[in-house]
Design a protein around this ligand. Sequence first.
Ligand SMILES: C[S@@+](CC[C@H](N)C(=O)[O-])C[C@H]1O[C@@H](n2cnc3c(N)ncnc32)[C@H](O)[C@@H]1O
Length: 262
Amino acid sequence: MDCDPQQRSLLFRGRAAKRYWWHTGPGAPAFIPPVYSCLSDDEWNLIAAWFEETERLNLAGECQVPLMSVMQGLIMGSQVRSIVQAGHYAGYSTLLVGFMLRRMGFRRSLFTVDIDRMSCDFTASWVKRAGLLEYVHIEQRDSADPSLPGLAEQYFGEPPRLVFIDSAHTYGQTRRELELWFPRLCPGGFLICHDSSAFAATFDSTGQGGVVRAVTEWKAEHPEVQCMAISGPTTFPGRDAVYEDVCGTFLAQKPGPARGSP
Ligand SMILES: C[S@@+](CC[C@H](N)C(=O)[O-])C[C@H]1O[C@@H](n2cnc3c(N)ncnc32)[C@H](O)[C@@H]1O
């Protein structure tokens, strides 16, 4: 597979698999998005090899360019250096966030949790190959395990500044994750939930309404928290909306004094 560093994701334009939807079809971008253009050639070559390997092993399940771009803006625009992730699967978001954190020079800055042993082993092998061992900690555990916030804080040496939830997508697990992690954010810290759209409610294997129900209820119970549910197209992979990810994103900011304020 060609992984020409100059072409980068432009090569994805010719690919048929569903995971390349952002790069294909009518209205597809003719540019390399900043999440990829900011990588070094070696980093891009690793991501290209990761796509090749996960394609071969049928491990597509990663979040996509729109959400990674929101995260890149928050993380690199504000030097966010203590990040918890719930759900790493095959490692896509782990590698991209790890590269951002390495670019900013923040060691011990991504604490990522997944319940699945295979996902942890697979992601760990790519984190090692990417040279990110000093930046990323991988934990095999349920992301709502009450011992986790303490472990994450110990790893960072401070409370998390960003918690990114992209795990089971069930109503119950999302409620538990929100209850566990939001209080442990530092004041002004961000919480992001992927798959918060009505479309993504179908990902809830328990049939209880998914992330959208969990965040809607949680938001109503916490009127003091600034929240935003970003929605996208109504059908996959439609481009009939400003935000292009049909799965949507929920963003909440913990109230409190800004870092460094009196
Ligand atoms: C959508 S994938 C994560 C994708 C990843 N964030 C990315 O963009 O590359 C969801 C992951 O959540 C994990 N997961 C599901 N239930 C979980 C739980 N209760 N605790 C922790 N991880 C869980 C799954 O094993 C799977 O690997």
